[in-house]
Ligand binder design. Structure first.
Ligand SMILES: [Zn+2]
Length: 476
């Protein structure tokens, strides 16, 4: 039963203001734990530990209203004694693995503690009675991640079959930290010119951020995935890549980050094969040629697609065989990437030059007009498309000049199919090295063979700006 008698006495003391004159008046008094409520209307469970002791404990199940210790109807008795109950000081509320861990200290007459908790949308409620005064910590497991809870502790003291309550401890709030699971066993596997990442996870994870870096750069986020694998096809042949992952968890519309993995590295599954050219009749005599092969020995086609965006090119024009080879410069080697058929002229000079001027269209000798003009020498030798008879007209191309590609027939310029002139125009900036030679020796590619055009086909079938004409005529 409740200590009605004592409470009545206390009420009387409180009402009468007697306590202010009592020596013990400045500290805690025996009273009901109803004083834990900071406002009126509290629905806290004030079941007494004495009463609970007789039955199995049920947390948060109490429904009794707090008793009002200040019932003005009570008649004061003579104070027989004032029991001083100890007080708790809440020290910390810490989030540990999605629980909140409370720690406190207490002084004075204490038999145990009542723990009260409040949330932003509810008032203080008793969540736990601890009957062991030496237990000064508690783990609240009934909490939701990313929510904040506020706690207070009241000490109680049991003496002579009566239970007395102390006053509120200081309140402390704690937010339940969202735990994000981990990535395990991150592995990278090369699949030709792509890298496949696989991993496992543990714990709560909504998805993964993927970070990547090349030899030269720093880690950048490249993807966000929910599955446990990722195929990276944006890799270059001549680079090693590192990856790391960071798991995340979404909660209440927010993203919470987990820990980064350690980086793992990989390279494309190709072999870089280098060989020095000892053939004195080759334009690349003395140079080291680098080619890429898959593990099954087949060559990587169009390797320029898998070379660094910053790669630079050098163009070799074999005048005597009317072909142009584009090499990419990688690791002080030459990677053969393209071959074009061309028409130079007897006036085409031999030597090493650098591109120095470009025109999308330009008037040539004739007069006639060429597309995608890149000037090789300062005195007017260009790479350009097969000329047209009308200014800037892709529909008036010279069919006979086109059909003479692969022979020496120009005034000195290096005529090309439109797509080839465009490739050089697009990939070879001003300053690009151009070597013109006569060579019967090693070439990495064969001289291309192209079909002849009928007399009416007055546009270049490789000219993307004239593709609609081939479509109309259903010819290419
Ligand atoms: Zn056509």
């Amino acid at each position: 039963m409740r200590s009605i008698k004592f409470k009545k006495i206390l009420s009387a003391i409180l009402m009468a203001g007697v306590l202010t004159t009592t020596p013990m008046a400045t500290t805690a008094y025996a009273n009901t734990p109803a004083d834990v409520t900071e406002q009126e209307g509290a629905q806290g469970d004030t079941t007494l530990p004495e009463q609970e002791a007789a039955q199995p404990e049920e947390e948060n199940q109490g429904s009794q209203d707090p008793q009002d210790p200040q019932d003005p109807q009570d008649t004061p008795d003579t104070p027989e004694e004032v029991i001083k109950v100890g007080k708790a000081r809440l020290v910390s509320v810490t989030s540990v693995k999605e629980t909140l861990q409370l720690k406190w200290k207490a002084k004075g007459n204490v038999s145990g503690y009542l723990i009260y908790r409040k949330t932003s949308d509810s008032d203080y409620k008793k969540i736990k009675t601890i009957r062991d005064k030496s237990q000064v910590s508690y783990v609240d497991q009934k909490v939701t991640p990313n929510k904040t809870y506020r706690y207070k502790i009241i000490c109680f003291y049991r003496v002579d079959g009566e239970v007395y309550y102390g006053s509120n401890s200081n309140p402390i709030s704690g937010k339940v930290k969202v735990e994000v699971g981990r990535v395990k066993n991150l592995k990278v596997k090369a699949k030709k010119i792509s890298l496949k990442l696989n991993w496992k996870k543990s714990g709560e994870v909504s998805g993964f951020f993927i970070y990547k870096k090349s030899d030269k750069g720093s880690f950048k986020r490249i993807a966000k995935v929910e599955k446990k694998s990722y195929l990276d096809e944006k890799i270059y042949l001549n680079q090693k890549y590192s990856y790391k992952l960071r798991p995340y968890r979404k909660m209440d519309g927010k993203v919470f980050f987990g820990e980064y993995t350690k980086p793992v590295s990989g390279k494309a599954a190709v072999k870089a094969v280098k060989r020095k050219i000892t053939d004195k009749n080759s334009g690349v005599y003395g140079k080291t040629i680098l080619t890429y092969e898959y593990n099954d020995g087949t060559m990587v086609e169009n390797p320029e697609k898998y070379l660094d965006d910053q790669v630079s090119y050098v163009m070799y024009i074999n005048k005597s065989r009317q072909m142009v080879t584009a090499y990419a410069k990688v690791d002080q080697c030459l990677v053969p990437v393209k071959v074009f058929i061309c028409s130079p002229g007897y006036a085409t000079p031999i030597g090493t030059f650098h591109l120095n001027l470009k025109y999308r269209w330009h008037e040539l000798m004739g007069p006639c007009w060429g597309q995608y003009c890149s000037r090789i020498t300062t005195d007017g030798i260009y790479f350009h498309s097969i000329f047209s008879s009308q200014p800037n007209s892709n529909k008036t191309m010279s069919v006979s000049a086109y059909n003479k590609l692969g022979t020496i027939c120009s005034h000195g310029c290096v005529r090309l199919q439109a797509y080839a002139a465009k490739w050089i125009f697009d990939h070879c900036p001003i300053g690009t090295e151009v070597v013109i030679y006569n060579g019967s020796g090693y070439e990495p590619f064969k001289k291309p063979v192209i079909g002849k055009l009928p007399y009416w086909h007055t546009w270049d079938p490789t000219d993307e700006t004239a593709a609609y004409l081939c479509k109309q005529h259903k010819c290419h």
